[in-house]
Design a binder for this molecule. Structure first.
Ligand code: PGA
Length: 254
């Protein structure tokens, strides 16, 4: 079986100011050291990417954007293009986060274009998918997650799949303290891998990293990571302090 390096990503959302972000980055830089058995990235607000990427230069902690525009340039007030993120030192971008889909009304179509923009700008892309509570209760989890995945990947070719990560984030688990159980996560992750195998072939699906996201914390990370198809975590609240994020990064000896 393909060895998939665990990937722990910290989505800061609209939190931490310059001083707080730099302090956290310095601590991550010191404490992550040069570990190669786990990949780590932080996703600060776009205005701080440049400074944080510089602060983390030479460290294995990578910096990414939380979103990008689906267009490459032009009259899109307030938007930031994927190329601008890359120009500021970002190496990755999160696309299709549930807050973008559900608070800002992003469609599958926009998400697909954003994925394309990210890849075109040379960024690795984390594509987020996940069902609402009412969709889960209506038995639609598999259909929703499969649709968001196939739509999100529809402009991606096979050769680019190595630069894609999928994050399964059940919307009801984000910021609520209600984590999916390992069995719930495992069911969706293995279905997703099988689904991607159908789209792109077994080899690509075996190499694809699928993160779990939604109330991941130091106390539940090891159990989630013990699920065979869970390859990392996309962490919101618990990524805002070294005290919580470091034990998540070190899950294997937590
Ligand atoms: P949470 O957020 O860890 O605070 O639940 C996860 C996310 O939105 O990526």
């Amino acid at each position: 079986m393909t060895e998939r390096t665990p990937f722990m990503a910290g989505n800061w959302k609209m939190n931490l100011d310059r001083k707080g972000g730099l302090a956290l980055a310095a601590e991550l830089r010191d404490r992550v050291g040069d570990r190669k058995d786990v990949e780590v990235a932080i996703f600060p607000p776009a205005v701080y990417i440049d400074e944080l990427a510089r602060a983390l230069a030479g460290s294995p902690v990578r910096v990414g954007g939380q979103d990008c525009c689906e267009e490459s340039s032009g009259a899109f007030t307030g938007e930031v293009s994927a190329a601008m993120l890359a120009d500021s030192g970002a190496e990755l971008v999160i696309v299709g986060h549930s807050e973008r889909r559900h608070v800002y009304g992003e469609t599958d179509e926009q998400v697909a274009k954003k994925v394309r923009q990210g890849l075109d700008a040379g960024l690795d892309v984390i594509l987020c998918v996940g069902e609402l509570l009412e969709e889960r209760e209506a038995g639609q989890t598999q259909a929703v997650v499969r649709r968001q995945t196939s739509e999100g990947l529809k402009l991606v070719n096979e050769g680019e799949m190595a630069r894609l990560v999928v994050a399964y984030e059940p919307v009801w688990a984000i910021g609520t303290g209600h984590t999916a159980s390992p069995a719930q996560a495992g069911e969706v992750h293995s279905d997703l891998r099988e689904f991607v195998a159908g789209l792109h072939g077994a080899h690509i699906a075996q190499s694809l990293r699928i993160q779990y996201g939604g109330s991941v914390n130091p106390a539940n990370v090891a159990e989630l990571m013990s699920v065979p198809d869970v390859d990392g975590a996309l962490v919101g609240g618990a990524s805002l302090s070294a005290e919580k994020f470091i034990p998540i990064i070190e899950f294997d000896h937590a």
